[in-house]
Design a binder for this molecule. Structure first.
Ligand code: ATP
Ligand code: ZN
Length: 297
């Protein structure tokens, strides 16, 4: 294959991951002109192009060297590692991307009182993830028969072709509609940036490193929150102890109230209502949680 001088990223052509993946790349400063056949998108500023394909094809395209990177669910990447990709080059998960979150779970009929995997012994389990399910069963010493289906896995128990299923779950609504219930989680999944285990040693490797740095910045900002609050000097220690992670808070005096301080803290993740309530109980008031738009340390 002739060497390419532009980076090529594979992503899902149309599906749950398409919009958030494009938005993430845009935030990294990458913009694309969509070609008419919509398979290939030419990058406008940086030498980075997109290949729009079915998500299932993404790991294989990276393994074959057709694409340098891919944005794909961890579920698809790990299944490929255990099945199609066994003979090829190893693939790595370079970054978790924080969208497309779901679980790969075993679900059983609602009336079954599930306690552990041993109850699946001798059962028929329908799935589109025979690799991941097979490994999970093996690790637990359970001998079950894995029925591989390409889609509509959730109706197999009603059709009588399986006793349980192993499928992706987000809210659980599909399971309830099919009189099933989530019994065990095999994998917590989200979209990831996948690539070869070793970066190419040419300019494409440098471009990947640059992209990873931008991605890290974008992801960090997206998850950061600025917490503002007022507290008395007396309650300060108790309040600080409850602050969710991040660097040391900044303290400012409050005009006309010598006993009061204004506190400003950068938090590494979401701040929950429960955390706010706890901090308030410790003596804080006038609390604000703000999203962070850009950050340059
Ligand atoms: P394609 O045509 O590309 O093969 P698909 O039907 O396999 O599409 P989608 O349903 O768009 O794919 O899901 C893509 C990915 O989104 C999944 O592999 C998974 O990582 C993630 N995902 C998040 N929530 C869910 C969910 N509730 N059901 C299925 N996938 C989900
Ligand atoms: Zn798919």
């Amino acid at each position: 294959m002739k060497p390419r001088d532009r980076l090529r990223i594979a992503m899902q052509k149309s599906g749950r991951l398409t919009e958030p993946a494009l938005e993430l790349l845009n935030r990294c400063g990458l913009t694309f002109r969509q070609s008419r056949d919509k398979l290939f998108c030419f990058g406008e500023g940086e030498p980075v192009d997109l290949l729009l394909v079915r998500d299932d094809d993404i790991p294989g395209l990276i393994a074959q060297g057709v694409c340098d990177l891919g944005i794909v669910g961890r579920n698809v990447l790990n299944e490929y590692r255990l099945t199609g990709g066994l003979a090829g080059p190893a693939l790595a998960e370079w970054r978790p991307l924080g969208f497309g979150r779901c679980r790969l779970s075993v679900a059983v009929p609602q009336e079954l009182d599930y306690r552990d995997a041993s109850q699946l012994q001798g059962q028929r389990i329908a799935t589109s993830y025979p690799g991941l399910l097979g490994e999970w069963l093996r690790e637990r010493g359970v001998d079950a028969s894995v029925v591989t289906l390409a889609g509509s896995v959730e109706i197999a128990p009603r059709l009588g072709t399986a006793d349980a299923i192993c499928d992706l779950v987000q809210s659980g609504g599909t399971l309830v509609a099919n009189q099933l219930r989530e019994a065990d989680v095999l994998l917590e999944s989200e979209a990831v940036l996948a690539g070869p285990q070793a970066l190419p040693s040419d300019e494409r490797g440098d471009m990947i490193e640059l992209l990873l740095k931008r991605l890290d910045g974008v992801i960090q900002v997206r998850e950061s929150r600025l917490l503002l609050l007022q507290t008395s000097r007396g309650a300060l220690d108790a309040v600080i102890r409850l602050l969710p992670g991040g660097p040391q808070p900044t303290l400012l005096p409050v005009a006309g109230q010598p006993d009061q301080l204004m506190l400003q803290a950068l938090c590494a993740g979401e701040v929950s209502w429960r955390q706010l309530e706890e901090i308030k109980k410790a003596g804080a008031r006038e609390m604000f949680v703000l999203p962070v738009e850009k950050m340059l340390a």
